[in-house]
Every structure is written in C-alpha cells, then in structure tokens.
Design a protein around this ligand. Structure first.
Ligand code: ZN
Length: 126
C-alpha cells in the first residue's frame, strides 16, 4: 500500500453508484491532500461519499512524535538498566565493606579479650 506514490489506479464507487473523481484538497489544514469524493453536485443530491487517499498531515506529525517518544523511552529504559547494574554493583561493594567491618570488629573484640586476659594475669600474678 503506497498511498503516497503518484498514480491511484483505484476505481472507487460512491453511494450513488458513480465512479469517484480523485480530487485534491485546497483547504489550509489539508492542502495538497488527495481524496475521492462524490462527483455529483450538491444540489443534484450527492451522496456525500468522501475518502482521503493521502494520510493526514496531523496524523503523520503525531506518528513522528510518537516515534520520538518511543525512542526516548527506549533510551531511558537502557539508562535505567545501566543504573540498575551500577546500583547492584554498589550494593555488592557495600556488602563487602560491611563484611570487612564485621571482620574487623571481631578481630578488635578478640584483641580486647586478649588484653583483658593479660591485664587479669598481671593483676593476679603481679
Ligand atoms: Zn455519490
């Protein structure tokens, strides 16, 4: 479906049973946009058939914006993942530091006990 490529070889029949003319919009909002419409004049009871051929410029703009937003979302997702990884590695480091600190505490406590023993021994045996 390449609606934008020049030639439309579609035979569109409107509700009156006539084949429609391919026309080009001249309104500000849809300038240059092609459409099929009933070719009967209004005062001769046209059926009101109407169908755009080219996509709406507004829709195209929205599609483009959506794409940008989606790209931004993907970038953010990627960054979140990266940050998540960094956070995990920081958590791991913190855990290691805590273990080291616990280990140091145990060593310190042992040292205190040894010193206390020495002190007791000195008091007891002069
Ligand atoms: Zn018609």
């Amino acid at each position: 479906m390449s609606q934008n490529s020049g030639v439309i070889d579609e035979n569109v029949i409107c509700n009156c049973g006539n084949s429609c003319n391919l026309r080009t919009s001249r309104t500000v909002n849809n300038s240059g946009r092609r459409f099929f419409g009933c070719k009967m004049p209004k005062d001769k009871g046209e059926c009101g058939y109407f169908r755009w051929i080219d996509p709406s410029p507004e829709v195209e703009l929205l599609k483009e914006k959506l794409k940008e937003v989606e790209e931004e979302r993907d970038t953010l997702k990627h960054k979140m993942k990266e940050l998540g990884g960094k956070f995990d590695s920081l958590k791991q480091k913190l855990k290691e530091i805590k273990q080291e600190s616990d280990c140091a505490k145990v060593k310190f406590n042992r040292l205190v006990v040894v010193l206390l023993c020495l002190l007791l021994a000195k008091i007891s045996f002069g």
